[in-house]
Design a protein around this ligand. Structure first.
Ligand code: ATP
Length: 320
């Protein structure tokens, strides 16, 4: 049985053929995405194939996504097809002239209709780690399904990780800040970027921000810092805490020529989870996850660019 469970949205990003306002874009390239889906595929590439719980429409976009997940080695057991809702789509605007980063077509789509119990207790009983994200908290019933999964995972003794994935334009019924605070209270591990957290009024030095969040429930907090790498703050309750002291460990990342950084954060999450469930130390895990993420930025597409262990090994060797 899989040691890791991931749950959340799978969607299609449509990437524009030019920079600027979506008003002026004539053609788009489709890319499978959704932060949890990226994490699930990333883990599969790293030989830590998770149980992945998601919900897409039974429309052709859903067919394409399920095919993509299956090709990545994921099992379809926890993938639901929804005959009454469409698959989420996101049109991406690029460049300085881009009006907004994304335009989401996500009104009552299949991913918002994930239900409580989508991950059975039997799957959780075998799991060591459960990862969810913030996007499924925007609408019911996926919101309760996400919180319920976090609670049951905790009760089952798994490590629960949460990535807020701030997308302000997706929040309308519920408050992003309150929702994320509730999730922080249910999570053992948080992975975020300073941008996700600026929305929540966390500002200043990343190490201080990570320490502040660690006071709100999670025992371990990872912040990714783009080209500057990443850091981890732990409380004494963390299994990765050094000598019982609250502490911060960081790794400055790798220098690469990025082609497309989409999904780098999700690649990092896959790397961290794969390393930590394997029993690696916190600093080795940070280094490994930064390498997984750095390699991901060197090719186009979030999911397709996720490396396998051999690619990560070769990259780290070339860097040392
Ligand atoms: P995205 O939203 O595009 O998925 P993110 O904003 O969540 O990304 P970042 O902090 O930008 O996350 O990047 C995640 C990780 O990817 C970083 O911690 C780092 O390891 C790697 N990374 C990102 N950008 C670069 C870069 N320019 N050079 C090297 N590594 C990078």
């Amino acid at each position: 049985a899989p040691r890791v469970v991931v749950a959340g949205e799978t969607l299609i990003d449509f990437l524009p053929d030019r920079e600027g306002s979506l008003r002026d874009v004539e053609s788009f390239t489709r890319r499978p995405g959704g932060a949890p889906a990226n994490v699930a595929v990333g883990l599969s590439h790293l030989d830590e194939t998770p149980a992945f719980s998601t919900r897409v429409s039974d429309d052709p976009f859903g067919d394409f996504l399920v095919e993509t997940l299956v090709e990545a080695g994921l099992d379809t057991e926890l993938i639901e097809r929804d005959a009454e809702a469409k698959t989420s789509l996101a049109f991406v605007a690029l460049g300085e002239e881009a009006d907004r980063g994304f335009s989401f077509y996500r009104d009552r789509t299949a991913d918002t209709r994930m239900e409580v119990g989508g991950v059975p207790d039997a799957t959780l009983a075998a799991a060591e780690w459960v990862h969810v994200g913030g996007v499924t908290l925007t609408d019911e019933p996926a919101r309760e399904a996400t919180y319920d999964l976090m609670r049951r995972a905790r009760d089952a003794g798994a490590t629960v990780s949460f990535d807020p994935n701030a997308r302000p334009e997706l929040w309308d019924e519920f408050d992003y800040g309150d929702s994320v605070a509730t999730a922080f209270g249910l999570a053992d591990v948080v992975k975020a970027t300073p941008e996700d957290l600026a929305e929540l009024d966390y500002e200043g030095d990343p190490a201080d921000i990570a320490r502040d969040i660690a006071e709100e429930g999670p025992h371990t907090v990872f912040l990714t810092l783009g080209g500057e790498g990443s850091l981890a703050a732990t409380t004494p309750a963390s299994p990765w805490a050094g000598e019982g002291e609250e502490s911060v460990v960081s790794h400055g990342g790798y220098e690469v020529d990025p082609v497309d950084t989409t999904g780098a954060g999700d690649a990092f999450t896959a790397g961290i989870v794969a390393a930590l469930v394997d029993g690696e130390t916190l600093s080795e895990s940070l280094e490994f996850a930064n390498a997984v993420a750095a390699v991901t930025t060197t090719a186009a597409g979030a999911m397709t660019a996720l490396p396998d262990r051999e690619a990560v090994r070769a990259f780290r060797e070339s860097e040392s």
